[in-house]
Write a protein of this length. Sequence first.
Lengths: 109, 506
Amino acid sequence: MPHSNRQQPLQDRDLHVNFFRPRPGFMRKEVTIIWIALVAWAIMIFVMPIHLAMTHDDPVRTLAEVPYVFGIPVYFWYSGQFLIVWFILLCIFFNVLIDWLSSSYRKRR
Amino acid sequence: MEASYRITPIFLLICVLVVSLIIGLMTRRQDRGGYGLQVRSIGHASIGAAIASNWMSAASFLGIAGVFFLQGYFAFAFILGWTGGYVLLLVLMGSQIRRFGKYTAPDFVEARYDSTVARVFSAVIAIVISLIYCVAQYKGIGLVFAWMFGIEYTQALIFGIVVTLVYLMVAGALKAARNPQIHYLILILSFVIPLMMIAKKLGYNWLLPQFSYGHALRDLPEQVARTYLYPWTFGTPYEWIALCFTLMVGTAGLPHVLSRFYTVPNNRDARWGVVWGLFFIGLLYWSAPAFGAFAETWLSRSGTLLDPQEAQALADIIVIKTAEWVGLNDIFVSVLAIGGILAAISTITGLLMTGAGAISYDIYYRLINPRASERHLLLVAKGATLVLAVIVLVIAVNPPGLIAQITAVAFALAGNTLFPIFLLGIWWDRTNKYGAIAGMLVGTVITFTPILLGHLVPVLRAILPPTSTALIGAPLVILTMIIVSRLTPPPAESLRRFLVEKVHSP
């Protein structure tokens, strides 16, 4: 396995890579950004169906009560159209932060 | 179904295949002069178009509309699974796998887990994924050919396999290059333009049929509209979430998605390419449900009643059928059919190459005959392609489900095996080869148990629907990998150092 010999050899305890206990510095900041993006991803996808499942068990009442957007029930529009936009925005957000993080570390080097 | 051949689509198909070969030849000549230049001038949008063109298969082009036609809101689980997966891939593993430097599953597994057994296991998984994926594509080709030539599905399937293999061989012999950007443009235009015309024919806003299909749904008789608009008519919330999650982790673990993701000069370009890729894929997925909705509109207006079996049989070509039903010009109906075939053929090319490569290199060369010459390996790869095609034929004769559903099983396998292998391989230094092998074993068992034993134990299918096994499977596999890795010796220090210094450093 190729690896850099230029740096001082790290002690065994320093070789830990763990998503839940990221190493200080670059990795910790990167993992923070990943967590933000993952939470924003998971909540937006899974909260809507869970909310729908808990509050709407009757088709007739559901369709009479929910608000409508562009002529369709709001949850329908949300899943069919908005979430893809949200995914794109999320990727842009993630890329901007990672760009910023990598450039700040490149400068330090 | 009526049994007479349709001359316009047949003629157009021949033209398109010949023209794409000629374009391929011309692109090849240009490439020779400016070697390397092209790569540098690639913009993010163009990388995105390449990602999208690689992604768009018969499942996206024909399958999604079919699922929406049959299951309404439930189809959004497919759409969101197949787009949200890219977010997961980008956020969790994109940059890290790139810095790791191994992009095919077997290469990664060997470098990370240092084990021939694990490598061969992952190669076999990659082959099986390709096979299942191919079955879905060939179902699409079989159905469209049956419609085009007015022949039976089985005949059409055999004919389709022969045509694609001959096309692949000719393209391979001529070394024709494929331009992914043009390919994407052709596919998306051949999808959206006929859709706009269908909307116009039915009297809805034709400029944005992606929005106006909502009105079409509300105009349906109340009883029908309700089944489409109410979220849980065709599946429980658990089934919806399980399917969506499975497709997402599957996308993040699929070998042919991963490798395309990395055929870009640098990490930053690859990341921004994903943004465009998602937008381009989104254009297709925003539009696909509209075909299903307009099909239902036409059916209710014309008073046509389909029994469930007929609807099931038509679902996977509902895109073409809708255009035909509303009375679109022959040429535009044909354009849709050819778009579907092109999407299937290009996906099959990539999949058969991945599969044949895994057989000839990862299994034959690495395991059976390490002294094989390059020519010999090429022969093995060609033979493997034929064998794979025959296996696909045998399974596709009796397709086990809708195109999108068959494809979903391939995603379930990827999500249950390769996704955890990549994820833990990148994010936990302690994962070792024993954990990886145990994980792949458990993942394979979880994927195939409901398929093989589901008819004997019905409750199994309720808990683990064959298309949606990864919601339970992936966490179980991750747990297995953690426990087994903990009980066995850690990986070599040099490898863990590599993870720290290369993979998790800027």
